[in-house]
Design a protein around this ligand. Sequence first.
Ligand SMILES: O=C(NO)[C@H](O)[C@H](O)[C@H](O)CO
Ligand SMILES: [Mg+2]
Length: 368
Amino acid sequence: MKITSLKTFILHVPVTRNGIADSTHTLTHWGAPGVIIETDAGITGYGYTGTHAHLASDRLITQCIETCFDWIVGRDPLEATALHREMERFPPVQWVGRGGITQLALGAIDVALWDIKAKQAGQPLWQSMGGKERPILAYNTDGGWLNWSLDTLVSDCRRLVEEDGYLGVKIKVGSPNLATDIERLEAVRRAIGDKVTLAVDANGRMDLPTAIRFGRHLADCDVLWFEEPLWYDDVISHKRLAESIRTPIALGEQLYLAHNFQTFFDAGALHYAQPDVARLGGITPWIQVADMAMARGLPVVSHVGDMGQIHIHTAIGHPSSNMLEYIPWLRDCFTEPVTVSDGWYVVPREPGAGTTLRHDALDRFGVA
Ligand SMILES: O=C(NO)[C@H](O)[C@H](O)[C@H](O)CO
Ligand SMILES: [Mg+2]
């Protein structure tokens, strides 16, 4: 089979209530710069990465796909792993970025190649990965945004549990003062009861002493994990935090390289690995990271952000995963929208990686 063309796109899709925030980011839309790969077999592969819908940098990602990786036209898309290695180590691009824009561009292409591979096999990606049909527990982040008032936060989390049947929720922390985080955490724990899984996510905002102080309250509220407590690259401080508090540490959505995960694993600075195909450079390195985590007995609970269409496949396809974040922003763009029913993910059936765009997606959400 041969790749015959690459065509890029950019989607900007409104987020919940037209505006969400965590401790570090505020966004009105989720961005999905992507690529459509045509082949001489008539199979079309769709891949995309995830951003905060900043058009200028989204355009840098699509331009990187079009002008730095155009040499894959003519290559066999089924050689996804080998092609990923060549693209990842393509000297002029490797020289300017083993992270950031070049990695996000690579990720979109790699996802499209795996989409083609699964479609060629006539299987959903999770099956092409050697996985078998099994339930993946969902936890919902979309009721826990930091710009929600305390009342909205509590009522959203209560609704997700009592009406929508979620067995887990996550709330954002990292407010300007810790007392606010403690108040919101305790109010949500009271509202959802003590049987529901509760995680917190600081998106890299806290300093080490504050995170250590917060640790006592996390344990009192039986929090499952403390996500991105400190700055994303600070391995040693995460190690010190992990040694100082009882609540496990989760991170990974901001890590660009499998080697970054290895460093955190080796330092004992991470308990729940949260790899994201958007940032890691695709499904190929996602599998490498999941294998590393599994070898250390550490669970993989991928970041979604909103890469849910792909991560439900990788979660089912890899034995390290039993749980996955749920955020519903992009689902209207795809022919098989990712779906949760009574707190559990519905198993996708369509051949491919879950990335096939609906015919109207570009009209509704495309930006030039
Ligand atoms: O941290 C996350 N999930 O764990 C969310 O994806 C981010 O908060 C959103 O993308 C906004 O930055
Ligand atoms: Mg997070």
